[in-house]
Design a protein around this ligand. Structure first.
Ligand SMILES: NS(=O)(=O)c1c(F)cccc1F
Ligand SMILES: [Zn+2]
Length: 264
């Protein structure tokens, strides 16, 4: 597999050389210009049904932490979606300090982090691996994160980080945890548009659903995201681990796409 990252020769500006879709016309993330969004009154209510009895495993894949979920009881439908989607995994993107880290921006404002709950279309496809390459294959519920008060729900995830500090570290999470607690209270106001995976191979298969309400976590909790190591924890010549930070892709051209809003 081709190595890719967020800086230097293997950074986002060169992804298209080995991952041609990264140079496509409907790439993500984008800036949401709220003055140009279009209200769509036809959206049904979003239906987010997650159970909490799903065992899952938390992995440091060298680009982010990823909580894989293998429960066929965690489903998403409604809103702008025509089909039913099943939760596959969730992960985040963050920065080296609280002033940057989200992938999408709102009127040019970048948040400290961004949560992605990745779902695949179980009505149209037989597997997530198939869906991830196909139009309408993936739906990503997205919440912006800013520094503020502590978020107790996140501690259920962060408590496992000591086991995954190193790349390819994996920890089994069996506790009674429902990822729905990571979403904002207001789940009726969101923006949505058609885009791509924000990491290579950048397949143009993603419907993004981005909540307007921002979730707060404490600065200390954000610092725990940054505690993950990106290298195989070999000591850099400076003798210290290289931490996993600024794992957000720069915003991409809108190319005439219209961002719809579920609210006026
Ligand atoms: N960042 S993202 O949510 O677009 C994303 C996916 F949807 C799927 C796989 C990896 C990944 F990073
Ligand atoms: Zn993501």
């Amino acid at each position: 597999p081709v190595a890719w990252g967020y800086e230097g020769d293997i950074g986002p500006c060169n992804w298209h050389k080995y991952f041609p879709k990264a140079g496509g016309k409907r790439q993500s993330p984008i800036d949401i210009d709220t003055s140009a969004t279009q209200y769509d009154g036809s959206f049904k209510p979003l239906r987010i049904h997650y159970d909490s009895h799903m065992c899952s495993s938390l992995t440091n894949n060298g680009h982010t932490f990823c909580m894989s979920v293998n429960s066929d009881q965690c489903n998403l439908s409604g809103g702008p979606l025509e089909d039913k989607y099943r939760l596959l995994q969730f992960h985040c993107h963050w920065g080296s300090d609280d002033t940057k880290g989200s992938e999408h921006t709102v009127d040019g404002h970048q948040y400290a982090a961004e949560l992605h709950l990745v779902h695949w279309n179980t009505d149209k496809f037989k597997s997530a691996d198939e869906a991830i390459e196909k139009n309408q294959g993936i739906a990503v519920l997205t919440a912006f994160i800013k520094a503020g008060k502590e978020h107790r729900g996140w501690n259920h995830v962060l408590s496992h980080f000591k086991d995954i500090k190193k790349v390819q570290g994996t920890s089994t999470v069996n506790e009674d945890f429902n990822p729905k607690c990571l979403l904002p209270e207001n789940q009726t106001d969101y923006w949505t548009y058609e885009g791509s995976l924000t990491t290579p191979p950048c397949h143009e298969s993603v419907r993004f659903i981005i909540f307007k309400e921002v979730v707060e976590v404490s600065s200390e909790q954000l610092a725990q995201f940054r505690s993950l190591c990106v290298c195989s924890s070999r000591k850099r010549d400076t003798g210290e681990d290289e931490h996993l930070v600024d794992n957000f892709r720069p915003i991409q051209p809108l190319n005439g796409r219209v961002v719809k809003a579920s609210f006026q």
